[in-house]
Design a protein around this ligand. Structure first.
Ligand SMILES: Nc1ncnc2c1ncn2[C@@H]1O[C@H](COP(=O)(O)OP(=O)(O)OP(=O)(O)O)[C@@H](O)[C@H]1O
Length: 748
């Protein structure tokens, strides 16, 4: 018997019903008509798609589950009765029903065989056949977050050294709309209101608050240097975002070397941070936990802030609240307000501390933070009004963003992702832009899922090498990861992974490699698998495509994810993956945030067919189908072979299998954490767990989970009865958590 002992079913339904469709069925209810029609299709012998034998060698000429048996399951999808999702489960299947598709013979499978359902059959139909929010391809669109042509920074009183520096070193000469609102306000001595900044993604908020502060310092008559004290405290929710603001501040202060920023983030050595604080700094930038830690335990930081602090900036306020930093921020503000301020020391600066809160939304928990942090504030917003005013007060996606949506059955998710990434790579290579770097970000729900997808794409044939550490791998010649690669040419693709469970050093090194244009990245397609740790505020240069492979956890997250592309007036694409069924309803939910609409992509015709037609997909077990040219192999056979390669690797490699099982389990767990208002679209009970397992290369749900369901439990953690914990253990774990809290930032 063959190595896998696979039983395959190649049914795409493309041709099915070709003849039957001509016969009109009338009368009765539509459900009955559909039933009769399906019966007719099943009885039609010519409607069965012939088995493609090209890639199946004689040894694994396998039995094929009939379309009939699959269809009958299809009509009555019952997830509870068939939790594995594999209609071909050996234990439950009546073997007599299986008919060898090739010659119509009935053959019993051998003991070692595993039954594998077709990739191209689904238990749910796609309902969104009509796009109710179609994008008008012919309409001329003006970028909504681009610099404004008719304005300049000089007119706001920006210091000339800074204006020259911006133009020469950063190629920035015109302000964006939010900068036009914020810069004059913060620079005017007449306005000492606090500010609430509400702006679209990629509209230049960082410069909007850094420029006026720095310019005010440069305009001062007093001589200042790093020992003059910290004038500004900037707090960001994630280490990555804090580091990025620090980098922008470093670049800006290159024109005034005597002013120094300092970064305080979790995961770095506190001792070296203290040493830097002791030397003196004018901008303190960091994450809440570490800043509070220093405020409570490092005397020198309080000395730095005394007398000089005038600006407290809270970036991504809504995320700060979402991550549970409310108490930490309240403590920080309390300590700061207790430090005595001497307005006479720097008379040209505001006589009180100005608080600035930046947020993607003006409603919800951020208003609570606003109440704590802001006094007598002004709201400055560049957000357009949405059509639907009842929706929460979020900005809309940038006008120039090309949003696409694809509804993909759970079994086909992985291969469709492979298809999209292959299509983008092919396009880049066809354009032959040797000096340009293309960047794609793939958003996943959890760290374990990132690990699985990174492994699946980088180790498919071991043809890759590490560039930085385990988190950055470049594909090498001879790689078959994508169907578009041929053996002779260099793939020019580098994969990255980024999530909160990686060490801070690895996270920083990975991001730096992804964001830098140099010889290692020139002319390459850089693909990053990441969690939402990369969705907030990160400004990565020229991200061409954002793929939301797992649905976002809220509309805010969706807007921030897609906002990694189409920044500062540049173009960008974004693709949202949804499952057929309840998830399709999510489109109505996000409609108000996409006033210019989206394009619906058919996963088979628009993605898989172009990716896998006439492509070179070899079996990774080296078995070849003789006398077949690659042009003769149909795209769905190629796609199936590609997927089987991953399944085979999982069967052979226990390490990879455990990565896949972990990825799958964590994905399901993460799915249960969708916010309650969106659970109607993302309900774990509606998931076809068996089919979803397939998209993690697993031929059935992991055994542990099966065992659980046998015991009467199910995979929805929300439905499990919580175990009663020993009160002593609860106390200890709380104590450990409290001890950790000071040093750790949110990991996801
Ligand atoms: N006036 C300008 N002209 C051209 N480019 C600009 C201008 N201001 C900022 N940029 C660039 O726009 C990009 C986005 O800026 P920034 O990261 O500050 O946006 P943001 O509004 O904070 O985005 P997000 O909401 O995603 O956090 C950066 O690359 C920045 O250099």
């Amino acid at each position: 018997m063959d190595d896998d002992g696979m039983i395959l079913n190649f049914v795409t339904g493309d041709d099915a019903g070709a003849q039957t469709s001509n016969k009109k069925i009338t009368g009765g209810r539509w459900k009955d008509r559909r039933k009769v029609r399906n019966e007719m299709i099943r009885k039609e012998p010519n409607n069965k798609r012939p088995v493609r034998e090209e890639n199946i060698s004689k040894e694994d000429q396998v039995e094929i589950e009939t379309f009939e048996s699959h269809q009958s399951k299809k009509q009555k999808p019952n997830h509870n009765n068939n939790p594995s999702g594999f209609v071909g489960n050996r234990k439950t299947k009546d073997l007599d029903n299986k008919i060898s598709r090739d010659k119509g013979q009935t053959t019993l499978p051998q003991a070692s065989e595993q039954i594998v359902t077709s990739l191209f059959s689904s238990s749910r139909e796609i309902e969104t056949s009509v796009n109710t929010n179609a994008h008008d391809e012919t309409a001329v669109v003006n970028p909504s977050n681009a610099p404004l042509a008719g304005d300049n920074f000089e007119s706001f009183g920006t210091h000339p050294t800074l204006v020259t520096h911006l133009e020469e070193k950063m190629r920035i000469s015109k302000p964006t709309s939010i900068q036009k609102l914020v810069v004059p306000h913060l620079m005017s001595n007449l306005n000492d209101n606090d500010l609430f900044i509400h702006a679209q993604t990629g509209s230049g908020k960082t410069l909007a608050f850094l420029l006026p502060v720095l310019s005010t310092l440069l305009n001062m008559k007093e001589r200042i240097d790093r020992t003059s004290g910290a004038f500004s405290l900037i707090i960001a929710p994630t280490r990555e975002l804090a580091s990025q603001i620090y980098q922008v501040c470093l670049t800006l202060t290159q024109c005034c070397h005597y002013l120094v920023p300092c970064l305080l983030i979790g995961g770095e050595r506190k001792k070296s941070e203290k040493a830097r604080l002791r030397k003196g700094c004018n901008f303190i930038i960091g994450t809440p936990g570490r800043i509070l830690d220093h405020l409570q335990n490092t005397k020198v930081i309080r000395e730095q802030l005394a007398a000089s602090l005038r600006y407290v900036i809270l970036d991504e306020g809504d995320k700060l609240m979402e991550l549970g930093f409310e108490e930490t921020l309240t403590d920080i503000l309390k300590i700061i307000h207790e430090i005595p301020l001497n307005p006479k020391k720097f008379p040209s600066l505001p006589s009180r501390i100005i608080h600035v809160l930046c947020s993607a939304t003006t409603t919800g928990s951020v208003t609570k933070l606003g109440n704590v942090a802001l006094k007598n504030y002004r709201l400055l917003s560049n957000c357009k009004n949405k059509k639907d005013k009842s929706a929460s007060d979020l900005s809309v996606a940038p006008d120039q963003l090309k949003q696409m949506v694809t509804i993909v059955p759970p079994k086909l998710r992985l291969v469709t992702l492979g298809g999209i990434l292959s299509d983008i790579t092919k396009k880049v290579q066809a354009e032959d832009k040797k000096d340009e770097t293309t960047r794609t970000m793939v958003f996943l729900s959890c760290s374990d899922s990132v690990e699985f997808h990174f492994e699946a794409f980088t180790n498919m044939d071991s043809a890759c090498r590490k560039l930085v550490a385990d988190s950055v791998k470049q594909l090498t010649r001879g790689s078959t990861v994508f169907p578009c690669f041929d053996n002779e040419s260099d793939p020019n693709v580098v994969f990255y992974k980024l999530h909160g469970s990686l060490s801070q050093q690895m996270r920083s090194a990975t991001l730096k490699h992804f964001a830098t244009n140099n010889d290692a990245t020139k002319g390459k397609h850089l693909i990053m698998f990441c969690t939402d740790v990369a969705s907030r505020g990160l400004d990565l240069p020229h991200v061409g495509t954002v793929i939301e492979f797992d649905p976002p956890f809220s509309v805010e997250d969706h807007l921030h994810r897609v906002g990694r592309t189409a920044r500062a007036g540049r173009s960008g694409d974004s693709i949202l993956f949804l499952l057929p069924g309840e998830e399709e309803g999510y489109l109505e939910h996000i409609k108000p945030y996409h006033p210019l609409g989206w394009k619906l992509l058919k996963f088979d015709q628009d993605i898989l067919k172009p990716a896998f037609t006439s492509m070179h997909v070899e079996r990774n077990d080296k078995k070849q189908f003789k006398d077949k040219k690659k042009e003769d192999v149909e795209w769905d056979t190629n796609a199936t072979t590609w997927h089987l390669n991953i399944e085979r690797r999982i069967l052979e490699d226990d390490g990879f299998k455990s990565v896949a099982v972990k990825g799958y389990s964590s994905h399901i767990r993460a799915y249960t954490t969708h916010i309650s208002s969106e659970k109607v679209y993302f309900n774990v009970r509606c998931l076809h767990l068996g089919h979803l397992a397939k998209s993690f290369g697993l031929r059935e749900r992991p055994r542990a989970m099966n065992a659980q369901s046998k015991k009467g439990a199910n995979d929805d953690p929300t439905r499990r009865k919580p175990k009663k914990e020993n009160p002593k253990n609860v106390m200890f774990s709380r104590a450990r958590l409290m001890a950790k809290e000071g040093a750790s930032e949110f990991n996801y």
